[in-house]
Design a protein around this ligand. Structure first.
Ligand SMILES: Nc1ncnc2c1ncn2[C@@H]1O[C@H](COP(=O)(O)OP(=O)(O)OP(=O)(O)O)[C@@H](O)[C@H]1O
Ligand SMILES: Cc1ncc(COP(=O)(O)O)c(N)n1
Length: 283
């Protein structure tokens, strides 16, 4: 039988499928990597916002982690929403036991909708305990500002921030995502040696729910397949661009991205055509 690479996401949920664990699993699948998931918090949310959050008891998170690691060791790990210090310390224990598994840390703090997904008091723990274990940390501007405790208002300052995430906070590499800082969607990558810019045209849309989750999940899948960190980040950038570009108009708020968008390259933005292509592929 063919060996398939595996990736584990440790994160919160989104029942509408655009963000969190659901987005991560879809992204792993799109990159042909076998996806596994450990739920930290069950989040009642949709494209309009979060209505209720239920944190899993710490024993339950531990048990889920044990079930995965005792049976199918992941080739790469990502974390998304980790709300509390207790959860972070538990996850840190597992990461310490498996230091050779690539680890992507998406430091989720606040959703696009503005809802808080991480306790403010835990910020120091993510910074001091988890970031030093990360192969790659992927903050957006807001998260980078909070982690480094300073304002970041230019692309030059993003580059400085990426360097400090590595040299001061201890990540092996960092991508600082540009948010709406420039007309282009520019992210700055730094790996301890080189600073590189990942730039794509900014798409005018409000449908960006789950972009950060999807981006970091694709990077994780690529690392699971043995790609280098910069190549994985470049592929993640191309994937998320297509997922936004070939958007799907779902929900009443900030809708999700199209996780199979990159398959639609070169054809009009029409899901029915996607179905025809798939039929065509089968015949
Ligand atoms: N409208 C858009 N057009 C093109 N790329 C986008 C757009 N919105 C987000 N992206 C890209 O998607 C990736 C993940 O985005 P994410 O939402 O985590 O970061 P962000 O856009 O920097 O954050 P925020 O929107 O919370 O400020 C990044 O590469 C970002 O540049
Ligand atoms: C469980 C969970 N994790 C992360 C996000 C952030 O997603 P985004 O900020 O891209 O909407 C979210 N909304 N829900």
């Amino acid at each position: 039988m063919k060996k398939v690479q595996t990736a584990l996401t440790i994160a919160g949920t989104d029942p509408t499928g655009g963000a969190g664990i659901q987005a991560d699993l879809k992204s792993f699948e799109e990159r042909c990597v076998y996806g596994m998931s450990v739920v930290t918090s069950v989040v009642a949310q949709n494209t309009q916002g979060v209505s209720l959050i239920h944190h899993q008891p710490i024993d339950m998170i531990n048990e889920q982690l044990a079930c995965v690691f005792d049976d199918i060791q992941p080739d790469a790990i990502k974390t998304g929403m980790i709300a509390t210090e207790e959860m972070m310390l538990l996850i840190s224990d597992y990461l310490e036991q498996y230091p050779d598994i690539p680890y992507v840390l998406d430091p989720v703090m606040v959703a696009t909708s503005g809802d808080v997904l991480m306790e403010e008091s835990s910020r120091a723990v993510i910074r001091d305990v988890l970031i030093p274990k990360a192969t790659l940390v992927t903050p957006n501007l807001k998260e980078a500002r909070l982690l480094l405790d300073r304002s970041i208002t230019t692309v030059e300052e993003m580059a400085e921030a990426a360097k400090d995430l590595v040299h001061v906070l201890g990540a092996s590499a960092a991508v600082v995502k540009g948010g709406h800082l420039t007309d282009e969607a520019t992210d700055v990558f730094y790996d301890g040696k080189d600073t590189r810019y990942l730039t794509k045209e900014r798409i005018k849309t409000k449908h960006t729910h789950g972009t950060g989750c999807t981006y970091s999940a694709v990077i994780t899948a690529e690392l699971a397949k043995g790609q280098g960190v910069f190549n994985a980040a470049s592929l993640g950038k191309a994937f998320i661009h297509d997922a936004i570009f070939y958007g799907i108009d779902l929900g009443h708020g900030n809708g999700p991205t199209n996780h199979f968008g990159y398959r639609l390259k070169g054809v009009p933005n029409d899901i029915k055509i996607c179905e025809k292509i798939r039929e065509g592929e089968r015949s």
